[in-house]
Design a protein around this ligand. Sequence first.
Ligand code: NI
Length: 157
Amino acid sequence: MALRNVIKIGEDSLRKKSKPVKDFDESLWELLDDMKATMYENDGMGLAAPQVGVLRRVIIVDVNNAFIELVNPEITSQKGEDIEEEGCLSVGNFRGRVKRPYKITVSAFDRFGYPFTLTGEKWLARCICHEVDHLDGVLFVDKCLDKDKYLKQGGKL
Ligand code: NI
């Protein structure tokens, strides 16, 4: 396992759309292991592959001490609304409110290519939505209810 550099907002690659994973091979496992080490090193709750410069649809989350790897995640249903403050390892210290679904169902594959479906509420739902957004080049500050405050502070998009 190795730590990888977390890319910061302002870099083009964070805004690109990631491609699906096709090969569930050793390079994927290495990526996932490195992402895990990098997330914990930075006290994150989640991390998406484009944040370490890899434009593939791979995310990890750790909510309520449950670590989950999701490859090619697709949110298949969402219900309700919830507003909480979020941050992001690619955005620095700014935290701001984001409206997200309260409950989601996501379909994904594990690191060996086996499909699974997961339903999550509140922070798990929020964290998965945040990370899936990264795969499409979307950052929480784009949809943040406190975006004006962020921009006034000199925040970049
Ligand atoms: Ni993030």
